[in-house]
Write a protein that binds this ligand. Sequence first.
Ligand SMILES: CC(C)(COP(=O)(O)OP(=O)(O)OC[C@H]1O[C@@H](n2cnc3c(N)ncnc32)[C@H](O)[C@@H]1OP(=O)(O)O)[C@@H](O)C(=O)NCCC(=O)NCCS
Length: 199
Amino acid sequence: MVIIVGLPGPVTRAYRRLVPVTLRRLVPADAALLAELYRANRDFLAPWEPLRSEDFYTEAYQRIWLADALDRQAAGSTLPWMIMDDGEPVGRITISDVVRGAFDSAHLGYWVAGAANGRGIASAAVAEAIRIAFVELGLHRVQAGTLIHNTGSQKVLARNGFERIGLARSYLRIAGSWQDHLLFQRISDGSLGELTGSN
Ligand SMILES: CC(C)(COP(=O)(O)OP(=O)(O)OC[C@H]1O[C@@H](n2cnc3c(N)ncnc32)[C@H](O)[C@@H]1OP(=O)(O)O)[C@@H](O)C(=O)NCCC(=O)NCCS
């Protein structure tokens, strides 16, 4: 087994070698692709996401959403990516709510298509997003939240060095009802070669 310095455990490098996962910035032309991905994963994602209108699954809706997301990207508050597996789009990952100053923190959210689950894709995508957050953006902290029963996502976060920071009651309206979440954070500690606040 191979240990990669700075990452928790032997998993990430092994997964990256087996699964060539990359993150690609979203572009305006992705609207049709996003609509198609969401339509194909509608039932799979339903228990884990807010209720969606019928409109959400259309190219027109995704075009408007994308324009807004790319505006927020230009302002530096959001970085939305497509997760690519061997060149094929298989999900989405986003660093959002970037707050600078004394906080230097952001949220991380992600999903991987049902048909592509269990192959280490989310684990590799989160590892790359963390590298970007700490090394390229210079953030100090990244937070993620999961439903209490989302053990798959909790495994992805643990594998990427996130620590549990608590239980937030009635935190997000998922699948139509306010649901408790477990909150996790990863603090930049220089182990990815990044400068830290104490450097
Ligand atoms: C959670 C999710 C991102 C995982 O994606 P993935 O590409 O399958 O993740 P990985 O393969 O990197 O790792 C998942 C791990 O959790 C495990 N796992 C998945 N479901 C599990 C469950 N119900 N109980 C225990 N372990 C579970 C997998 O076996 C895997 O572990 P392993 O590699 O040791 O076998 C994906 O299932 C998903 O998008 N779910 C719906 C949306 C969502 O939950 N997003 C995250 C919101 S916090």
